[in-house]
Write a protein that binds this ligand. Structure first.
Ligand code: ZN
Length: 381
C-alpha cells in the first residue's frame, strides 16, 4: 500500500514577509472578513509555522483537521489516560492546542509533532521538501499501528486480569488479522479485482483494502474520468496471460478493478509526479483535472455494499510549482459554509469559485501551476 519512492523536493521557495507582522495582520483580517456573527462557534483557524520545508506536513495536517470525524477521534484520544509519547499523542496535543485556543485565529508552531516525525522516520529527518501523499500515507499507517498495538496490549492485560491466557490460537489469529481501528473505519475502502478467463468465462475476484486511492491523470479531464480509467477493463494477453485455475493453464483474460466498499472519507491522490525515463527524473503533470464539490463513484462493483454514497469535498492538498524538486504545498478546506486557504502560517478566506484555480492548467505540462494533489471527500451518511 505504501508507495516505494519518496522523492525529495529540494528547496521550496516563496517570498515570505516578516512572519509575525504578516500573520498578525492576516489573522485579524480573517476574523473581520468572516465577521463576529458568522464566525462558527467553537471553531479555530490557526496557521502552522513552517520549520524549513515542512509545508508538506502542514498542508496535510490542516486537511485532516477539517475532516471532522478524524479531528473528533484525535481529540478524543487526547482525553484518554496519558500515554508514552508517540506520533499520535503529538498529533492529539497539536489538535487539542488548536481547538482550545482562546483566540479564534492565529498561528501555532507544530514543533513537537515535527520533532517527533523527524525522530521516527529518517525519510522526514531533514529540511528537504517531501511528498505530501507519502506523508499522509505514513501518518495514517502509523496511527493505525499505534491504535492496533494499544488494542492488543489492552486485550493482553485484560486476559492477565481474568487469568485466562489459554487462548494462544486466538492471539496468533489476532496478530494475523489486525482488528480495524478508527483509521480503518474512516479511510479504508475495498477494491475488488475481477479477472474473467476468456477461455472458460470463469470470473475470479480478489479483494484488496486501501486507505487512499491513487489515480492516473490525463489532460482536460475530471476526477470521475480518472476513476473510470482506474477501473477500465484491461486485457491480459500475449506475455501477460493469466493463469486460470479452472483451465489449469495460461489464458487470455479481462481484468478490472472496482470499488467494492466505499470509505467514509475518500482520499484521492492524483498521480501528478511521473518518472520520465528520458529525463531520468520525476516531472509534474499540471493537467487540468476538474474535481467537483459533490462526488458519486461510478466505478463500483455489482456487489458493492454502499454504491450510492454521496461525497462532499472537504479538503484539498494543493501542490504549487513546476516540478517535484521545487514546490510548495498549501491546503484548501471547507469549514461550515465557507472555504479557507491555509498556506503555512497564513490563513485566508476564499470563494468557492476560486477552487477552480486549483484544477490545473489546460496547456503545457512544464509550466508553473497550483493544482489539486490530494482530495478529501467525506461521505454524507
Ligand atoms: Zn479458464
Amino acid at each position: 500500500m505504501r508507495s516505494q519512492f519518496l522523492y525529495q523536493l529540494l528547496q521550496v521557495h516563496r517570498l515570505k514577509y516578516n512572519q509575525s507582522i504578516c500573520s498578525g495582520i492576516n489573522a485579524s483580517a480573517l476574523e473581520k472578513e468572516i465577521g463576529p456573527e458568522q464566525f462558527p462557534v467553537n471553531e479555530h483557524y490557526f496557521g502552522l509555522v513552517n520549520f524549513g520545508n515542512t509545508c508538506y506536513c502542514n498542508s496535510v495536517l490542516q486537511a485532516l483537521y477539517f475532516c471532522r470525524p478524524f479531528r473528533e477521534k484525535v481529540l478524543a484520544y487526547k482525553n484518554q489516560p496519558r500515554k508514552k509519547e508517540n506520533l499520535l499523542t503529538c498529533l492529539a496535543d497539536l489538535f487539542h492546542n488548536i481547538a482550545t485556543q482562546k483566540k479564534k485565529v492565529g498561528v501555532i508552531p507544530p514543533k513537537k509533532f515535527i520533532t517527533r516525525l523527524r525522530k521516527e522516520n529518517e525519510l522526514f529527518d531533514n529540511y528537504m521538501q517531501q511528498d505530501a501523499h507519502e506523508f499522509l500515507n505514513y501518518l495514517l499507517n502509523t496511527i493505525a499501528d499505534i491504535l492496533h498495538e494499544e488494542k492488543k496490549q489492552e486485550k493482553q492485560n485484560g486476559q492477565l486480569h481474568n487469568g485466562s491466557i489459554n487462548d494462544d490460537n486466538g492471539n496468533s489469529n489476532a496478530n494475523d488479522m489486525p482488528e480495524p481501528t478508527w483509521v480503518h473505519e474512516m479511510f479504508q475502502g475495498t477494491l475488488t479485482n475481477e479477472t474473467r478467463c476468456l477461455n472458460c468465462e470463469t470470473v475470479s475476484s480478489k479483494d484488496e483494502d486501501f486507505l487512499d486511492l491513487s489515480v492516473d491523470v490525463e489532460q482536460n479531464t475530471s476526477i470521475t474520468h480518472c476513476l473510470r480509467g482506474f477501473s477500465n477493463t484491461e486485457t491480459l494477453c500475449s506475455e501477460c496471460k493469466y493463469y486460470c485455475e479452472v483451465c489449469c493453464s495460461k489464458q487470455e483474460a479481462q481484468k478490472r478493478m472496482k470499488v467494492k466498499k466505499l470509505p467514509m472519507i475518500l482520499a484521492l491522490h492524483l498521480k501528478r509526479f511521473k518518472y520520465m525515463d528520458q529525463l531520468h527524473r520525476y516531472t509534474k503533470l499540471s493537467y487540468r483535472v476538474v474535481f467537483p464539490l459533490e462526488l458519486r463513484l461510478f466505478n463500483t462493483s455489482g456487489d458493492a455494499t454502499n454504491p450510492e454514497r454521496m461525497y462532499d469535498l472537504v479538503a484539498v492538498v494543493v501542490h504549487c510549482g513546476s516540478g517535484p524538486n521545487r514546490g510548495h504545498y498549501i491546503a484548501i478546506v471547507k469549514s461550515h459554509d465557507f472555504w479557507l486557504l491555509f498556506d503555512d502560517d497564513i490563513v485566508e478566506k476564499i470563494d468557492a469559485q476560486a477552487i477552480e484555480e486549483f484544477y490545473g492548467l489546460t496547456s503545457d505540462i512544464s509550466k508553473n501551476s497550483e493544482s489539486g494533489y490530494i482530495l478529501f471527500y467525506q461521505s454524507r451518511d
